[in-house]
Design a protein around this ligand. Structure first.
Ligand SMILES: [Zn+2]
Ligand SMILES: [Zn+2]
Length: 336
């Protein structure tokens, strides 16, 4: 099969494409696994964290990709269309797994990091960790819902936003544009304020119904009940804390932050940024429930991502463009 392989970690840069197109044998199944013929795989910012070594895969080479849509070819309901998400497995037996928080399991394994992912023609996955995809959602539409959407859904839940409350979105890429669509459906009386350094993203947010869009350091009209920060750096989080209402919550939807502007944390000012019971909460991974609930909700609400498609062999171009911030919605690799 054809696969795009990550052989070593390093900076993502157009002159040194991180992934190599190779031919390799199809995976062989263990009991309880299914073989997927991959049709689409979404591109996630987490891939940059893996490639650039902020969260290196435990073994190399590896096939990245954790928003995988495919058809079961072997080991299960042959012919059924399913999705594989970031959660590849959890132990099923620890305190976290036993209380619906399998995303925090110490033995959490991630697709495209701990096991080979979907930047390939085939992949294998545990049968009890695949998700049915509603018929109204196409393969390309489904791929970004599996991570960007599911983790956006989890982030929105953790933000404690209620209908009528105001929500800030720091960064407006694959995940937050789906959060905006979700808020429009679930909380019709809420206002969403979008923050981005990129004017196209700001315009995009307004076109999807944001009440206001501005730069990261611009003040929105009014203070906010919650902010979801999807940016890879620290500055936006500091700005977000400043504009939260008393008791408001900042949710950081990022698996890693880059170090380049870390010095800004020294500007953290307790009375301005944290006092008055402001909270900071990170989001870690997703549960199977997050993914399946969000897929159902997306079908019900008609939530569809905006996306651009790239051929499997052009996965490097998608990654470079993501690194450069050339994002409008989500990026999807087309495979079969
Ligand atoms: Zn992801
Ligand atoms: Zn566990």
């Amino acid at each position: 099969m054809k696969a795009m392989l990550l052989e070593s970690t390093g900076d993502v840069d157009p002159l040194h494409p991180p992934l190599k197109l190779v031919q390799q044998p199809e995976p062989t199944l263990n009991p309880g696994e299914v073989l997927l013929k991959v049709t689409r795989c979404g591109v996630c910012h987490t891939e940059l964290d893996e490639i650039e070594g902020r969260m290196p895969p435990p073994r190399l080479p590896i096939i990245l990709g954790h928003q995988v849509v495919g058809i079961i070819e072997e080991g299960g309901n042959k012919g059924s269309r399913v999705g594989a998400a970031w959660i590849a497995s959890a132990c099923g037996d620890c305190d976290f797994c036993n209380c619906g928080r399998e995303n925090l399991c110490p033995d959490f394994k991630a697709t495209g990091r701990d096991i080979d992912g979907g930047y390939a023609e085939y992949m294998k996955v545990r049968a009890d960790f695949v998700h049915h995809i509603p018929d109204s959602i196409s393969d390309s539409e489904a791929a970004p819902l599996l991570c960007a959407g599911a983790i956006g859904y989890r982030s929105l839940r953790l933000s404690n936003l209620q209908d009528g409350g105001s929500l800030g979105l720091m960064g407006f890429g694959g995940s937050n544009h789906l959060v905006l669509k979700l808020v429009k459906f679930k909380f019709p009386n809420s206002k969403v304020f979008a923050f981005s350094r990129n004017p196209q993203e700001r315009e995009f947010a307004l076109s999807l119904g944001a009440a206001w869009a501005g730069g990261i350091d611009q003040n929105p009209p009014g203070v906010l009940d919650a902010v979801i920060d999807t940016t890879p750096v620290w500055g936006p989080g500091i700005e977000a804390l400043k504009i939260l209402k008393p008791g408001g919550r900042l949710v950081i939807n990022a698996i890693r932050k880059e170090d380049k502007d870390k010095d800004i944390l020294l500007q953290l000012n307790y009375p301005a940024h944290l006092w008055m019971e402001k909270e900071v909460k990170s989001v870690a991974n997703v549960t199977r429930e997050d993914v399946s609930e969000f897929l159902k909700l997306a079908a019900e609400a008609g939530i569809k991502p905006e996306y651009q498609e790239y051929d499997l062999k052009d996965a490097n171009q998608a990654l470079v463009e993501m690194k450069q911030g050339k994002i409008r919605g989500a990026k999807v690799i087309t495979v079969n």
